[in-house]
Design a protein around this ligand. Structure first.
Ligand SMILES: CC(C)(COP(=O)(O)OP(=O)(O)OC[C@H]1O[C@@H](n2cnc3c(N)ncnc32)[C@H](O)[C@@H]1OP(=O)(O)O)[C@@H](O)C(=O)NCCC(=O)NCCS
Length: 163
């Protein structure tokens, strides 16, 4: 399987926040942002793996600053790390006030996406070729997060078996 670069699958999605996305104070619902995050990460993972993908995990998401009605939300998704069948996708979220053109980096998060075959079983994905120092740094950090996540997953599976 031919190795792929981060740039081969980087995905950018932009959407203007409409009244149906916000509460009556004009603040966008966190769930709407999460849906866009999942979409951007999904497209990025599908581009890398050239197959169907499912979301296995979404890391903690902190909403530090509100996103307001009428703002343009842009999500940039890229592959940080590739395992055998899973990929860690990092998503950066920015919001632009279209009147002032001020852009704020509101939050970032990480998702684990798994490539699946037509029976829903995990399938192998191409390796990631990191070419810059920044990409190598991101890959190392993602590998560390993966270790922690898999430990947590083991605990979760154990507790589910008890119930
Ligand atoms: C994700 C899923 C396909 C994994 O299937 P599985 O039989 O558990 O397969 P495995 O244990 O071999 O895991 C496959 C890979 O995913 C990783 N993985 C699975 N669950 C994970 C989790 N919660 N967090 C991080 N990584 C996870 C494994 O480490 C493995 O990685 P690797 O192949 O790169 O080493 C399965 O759990 C599933 O279908 N989940 C539901 C997905 C879903 O419905 N998502 C929402 C809608 S898209």
């Amino acid at each position: 399987m031919k190795k792929k670069r981060v740039e081969d699958s980087t995905t950018i999605i932009s959407q203007v926040m409409m009244p149906t996305d916000a509460n009556n104070q004009g603040f966008v619902h966190g769930g709407n942002i999460l849906k866009l995050v999942d979409q951007a990460a999904g497209v990025c993972a599908m581009r890398h793996s050239e197959s169907m993908c499912v979301t296995a995990a979404i890391d903690a998401v902190h909403f530090i600053e509100p996103i307001k009605l009428g703002e343009l939300v842009t999500l940039k998704a890229s592959v940080n790390y590739v395992g055998h069948t899973s990929m860690e996708i990092g998503v950066r979220i920015e919001s632009e006030d279209l009147k002032t053109r001020k852009v704020r980096h509101t939050n970032s998060c990480y998702l684990t996406m798994v490539a699946i075959d037509n029976k829903g079983k995990p399938k192998k994905v191409p390796k990631l070729e990191c070419v810059s120092k920044e990409q190598m740094k991101r890959c190392k950090r993602a590998e560390m997060r993966r270790k922690i996540k898999l430990k947590e997953l083991k605990e979760i599976k154990k507790s589910l078996k008890k119930n």
